[in-house]
Design a protein around this ligand. Structure first.
Ligand code: CA
Ligand code: CA
Ligand code: CA
Ligand code: CA
Length: 373
């Protein structure tokens, strides 16, 4: 009798071992793939949030002609970086003088002032849940400094293929920094701060955590032996053009000019009103007319009248040599000047309103005939 051969003899130990090894490889590979996918999702989420933040900064600049200072402590008090579990970041900017937007930033570097920018805290958290850091070049925090010709003064460095430091720019305005997957130096919404990157082995990531206007923006590398150390920070640096060009395109800057023109028109009318009640005397200055004399860029508007000097007699009279000619349509009687975005006389951006003697007479109307001497 022929004994049937068993067809299913099971796996030998050797076969089992091979299966386990293969399963192990597949598991490790699978976990690696999954981790890589999660990492890449975290990087993508971080970059998306940085673009949202850039848009919020453009909107903020359009509204206030300045950028916010970093958030360096809870509340709006001035002073050093001081977060704790009892006093975590609040997303509100901190200045040298508490809540005074005409005072400088107390620090160049801190947490992104998300609440001041009108953003949620969630928007200020990178793909790993840490708060984004924020760095701002000196001057951009003050409305009084705003000019559409301004550039920044912050340096953003990279490294070349030989590992030498090369500046991507020395005119960056602001930098929004994610401290990446390792999160070293990042602030948490709880008020804690992750241990700083080691100055010796990770100088470039370390540079992204201190209080100055220098930052590094390099390609990702997990090579600890690379010049400047490994690098996983996600850095968005914002140039003046990134902020100004959208304001040019949407007309915000032109609106500032037309606001200035309207303001000069209003002051001119107030001057005429004053003259009607003052025997056609022009005011000695325009500060007491009940209208604002500070222009849209924060500079005092200059008032000039074309009267014989000394301007003891400010009357629009036939006896005034400068204002004499009846119906004169060329002699200038009144000039109001806004120095424009550059806040300095000239430069091609001044906004000027000028009235001739004839125009002033027209504005005074019958008052000129009846009240002017
Ligand atoms: Ca704050
Ligand atoms: Ca990092
Ligand atoms: Ca730095
Ligand atoms: Ca000017």
């Amino acid at each position: 009798m022929i004994r049937l051969r068993r067809t299913n003899q099971g796996f030998t130990l050797a076969e089992m071992a091979i299966v386990i090894v293969i399963a192990g490889i597949l598991l490790v590979t699978g976990v690696k793939v999954l981790t890589a996918q999660m990492d890449s999702a975290s990087y993508a989420a971080t970059r998306t949030k940085q673009q949202v933040i850039k848009q919020a900064m453009i909107t903020y600049l359009a509204r206030f002609q300045r950028l916010p200072c970093p958030d360096t402590r809870q509340g709006q008090g001035p002073g050093a970086l001081a977060f704790s579990i009892a006093a975590p970041p609040d997303g509100l900017e901190n200045r040298a003088v508490a809540a005074d937007v005409t005072s400088n930033c107390s620090r160049f570097f801190g947490v992104l002032p998300y609440a001041t920018l009108g953003l949620t805290r969630e928007t200020a958290q990178d793909g790993w849940g840490n708060l984004l850091s924020y760095q701002i070049a000196n001057g951009w925090e003050l409305t009084a400094n705003f000019a559409d010709t301004n550039v920044g003064s912050a340096t953003v460095n990279d490294r070349d293929s030989a590992g030498a430091v090369v500046a991507l720019t020395t005119q960056s305005v602001a930098t929004v920094i994610s401290h990446g997957k390792n999160g070293t130096g990042a602030f948490t919404s709880k008020g804690t701060r992750a241990v700083l990157p080691a100055a010796g082995t990770n100088p470039d990531e370390r540079e992204n955590t201190d209080n100055d206007i220098i930052a590094f923006k390099r390609e990702y590398t997990d090579d600890a032996g690379a010049n400047g150390g490994s690098f996983d920070d996600v850095v968005l640096h914002i140039m003046a053009d990134d902020l100004i060009m959208p304001l040019r395109r949407d007309g915000t800057l032109q609106n500032m000019n037309s606001t200035a023109s309207q303001q000069l028109e209003g002051i001119s009318q107030a001057v005429v009103g004053f003259m009607m009640g003052a025997g056609c005397n022009t005011p000695g200055n325009i500060s007491g007319l009940g209208v604002s004399t500070i222009d849209t860029w924060g500079t005092t508007i200059v008032y000039t009248t074309n009267y014989s000097s000394p301007p003891a007699a400010r009357q629009l009279t036939a006896s005034d040599v400068n204002l004499n000619p009846a119906g004169d349509s060329t002699t200038t009687a009144l000039i109001l000047t806004s120095y424009g975005p550059d806040r300095a006389a000239g430069g091609g951006d001044d906004v000027v309103l000028s009235r001739t003697v004839g125009q002033m007479r027209g504005l005074l109307g019958t008052a000129y005939a009846s009240r002017c001497p």
